[in-house]
Design a binder for this molecule. Structure first.
Ligand SMILES: [Zn+2]
Length: 295
């Protein structure tokens, strides 16, 4: 029966071998323990939103929908750094205490029955205001090229985040981080299944997944790019009821089969909308590189 399901079991379901089974000398064991610790440190934080693959997919899809003005503005600001590469920077810097203040910018808490207008705002900011704030930096003629480059790195990441339904989350369970589930038998939480579990189940690289998903109709592109950041948040909020349809919490084939289409839709919408935002913004506030010195 399993081969009839169009996606395969994730690597995360493979449990690591118990360390007691590691053969060899104490030095070998110590090396194995260090390696295990290093792997643990490299795991994405549960609140990191789409994992690296998801964020890079959004960046890569956006690159396919940029107009020439936005392409040249981005080449000027980022040089050879692609949007796919820039997309994970706001998660990479989170381990640096100096960047701790950006934590609340990755999500917004809106409880059931509330709206963004009625919800208590986080004084440290949220993903909706952060997208507005960094878009304003790109429009600001007084902002430096470095400030605009940083704004692009934040925007490519946060436009991805806001399309992950659990990043417009309920306060009580921290956007699903406190909802313990198993994913193919391995302990996990609902947020992590949406950040990484289902995307990794696709068994595709980010560029393969971007190519796989990036086939919106012309009408979809127009419709998706017509709205704004509040619309994107309302959509994520509206998708939450499906996300929490977890039964006994033992999630595997059936949950993935039903929910992966939502993941795919949100990734492609995020990429197309990021391109729309950058196209509009750079059309209104062009960025040009200084000409190289003559001679
Ligand atoms: Zn994030």
């Amino acid at each position: 029966m399993l081969q009839r399901i169009p996606w395969s079991a994730p690597r995360a379901a493979r449990r690591p071998r118990p360390l007691a089974r590691v053969p060899g000398s104490p030095a070998t064991l110590a090396a194995a323990l260090l390696a295990a610790a290093a792997v643990t440190l490299m795991l994405p934080s549960p609140a990191a939103a789409w994992g690296p693959i998801g964020h890079r997919v959004v960046g890569r899809i956006a690159e396919h929908h940029l107009d020439p003005g936005a392409q040249s503005a981005l080449a000027c600001l980022l040089g050879s750094e692609s949007l796919a590469r820039a997309s994970t920077w706001p998660d990479e810097v989170r381990s640096d205490p100096a960047w701790k203040r950006i934590d609340p910018w990755h999500y917004v808490s809106i409880d059931d029955g509330e709206t963004y207008e009625t919800t208590a705002k986080n004084p440290g900011g949220d993903v909706i205001e952060a997208i507005g704030r960094f878009t304003a930096v790109l429009r600001d003629p007084a902002a430096s090229r470095e400030q605009k480059a940083e704004a692009v790195r934040f925007l490519v990441h946060f436009v991805g985040d806001i399309h992950q339904p659990l990043h417009v989350g309920r306060r009580a369970d921290l956007g699903g981080n406190r909802v313990e589930v198993t994913w193919f038998g391995a302990p996990s939480n609902l947020h992590s299944v949406w950040d990484n579990g289902m995307i990794e189940s696709e068994k595709l690289s980010f560029s393969e997944l971007a190519d796989f998903l990036d086939h919106p109709s012309a009408g979809e592109v127009i419709a998706w790019q017509a709205g704004g950041v509040l619309d994107w948040a309302v959509e994520s909020y509206g998708q939450r009821s499906q996300v929490y349809d977890i039964g006994d919490g033992k999630l595997s084939w059936v949950y993935g089969y039903r929910k992966v289409p939502v993941v795919r839709l949100r990734l492609v919408q995020a990429g197309v909308r990021l391109a729309g935002l950058l196209n509009r913004t750079f059309a209104e506030a062009p960025v040009t590189c200084p000409l190289p010195p003559a001679g």
